[in-house]
Design a protein. Structure first.
Length: 248
């Protein structure tokens, strides 16, 4: 415990799934935490669950101007920032011939562009040292059907892990990534499948995992805590694959 004592942290997409589980653990480890989301219900639920000490902010991770607004809100509340966990994202899975430009742009706006410009907006308030953790995906490594655009967006984040590390380490900012495999979160319920089709898809994905199960959000959150903490002070530009062996 207390691995993050005194640290100020921002978690995007922090009201459900991996995000809220990480927020819970950050609080237990002593951090002051802000989380973002867009769904009014999950924002309200997060406020009730996480308590009044956690700042819960309505913010769309895909809107570039909104990233400056978010950075200013964090500065006003915390005075600076020690940890950023870029967790907000969308997983749209469909065949190549079913994509249109609007859907393609939506995925990259949320998963890549918004993340980049949030980091840019936060640069003036990052402490030295500070830690950025990007939530990428095993799909950046494997050729899973129907994941072309999603996988490409996560591969872009992995590229940021390396290039931004090279650029920001002189400012004391470490950039690392966690790359989950299939995790039991509400994400899969947002793909638009019927209940029966969702069960079929889940079974198909689980069959590709040597560990023969989906991961738990807590298994990702523990890795994020490590990368955010001073225990990882010499970990720079690295990726932790947490996929039950799916990428073997």
């Amino acid at each position: 415990m207390d691995r993050l004592k005194g640290k100020r942290a921002l978690i995007t997409g922090g009201t459900t799934g991996i995000g809220i589980e990480t927020a819970r653990l950050f609080v237990k480890e002593g951090a002051r935490v802000a989380v973002t989301g867009t769904n009014p219900k999950t924002l309200d639920d997060a406020r009730k669950e996480l308590g009044s000490d956690v700042l819960v902010i309505s913010s769309d991770a895909s809107e570039v101007p909104g990233q400056k607004t978010l950075a200013e809100m964090v500065r006003a509340a915390f005075g600076g920032l020690d940890v950023l966990f870029v967790n907000a994202g969308i997983a749209a899975l469909k065949p190549v011939d079913q994509w249109d430009e609007a859907a393609f742009d939506r995925t990259f706006a949320l998963n890549v562009k918004g993340a980049f410009f949030l980091i840019q907006a936060l640069l003036p308030i990052f402490a030295n040292p500070a830690s950025i953790v990007l939530n990428t995906s095993v799909n950046a490594h494997i050729g899973m059907p129907n994941s072309s655009v999603y996988g490409a967006s996560k591969a872009a984040l992995l590229s940021f892990t390396r290039t931004l590390s090279g650029e920001l380490i002189s400012r004391g900012i470490r950039v690392n990534a966690v790359s989950p495999g299939p995790i039991t979160t509400p994400l899969y319920g947002k793909l638009g499948f019927s209940e029966a089709d969702l069960k079929t898809v889940a079974a198909s994905i689980e069959a590709q995992v040597p560990a023969k199960r989906f991961g738990n959000p807590s298994e990702i959150a523990q890795a994020v805590v490590f990368l955010a903490s001073d225990e990882a002070a010499f970990t720079v530009g690295s990726e932790i694959l947490i996929d039950g062996g799916m990428s073997l």
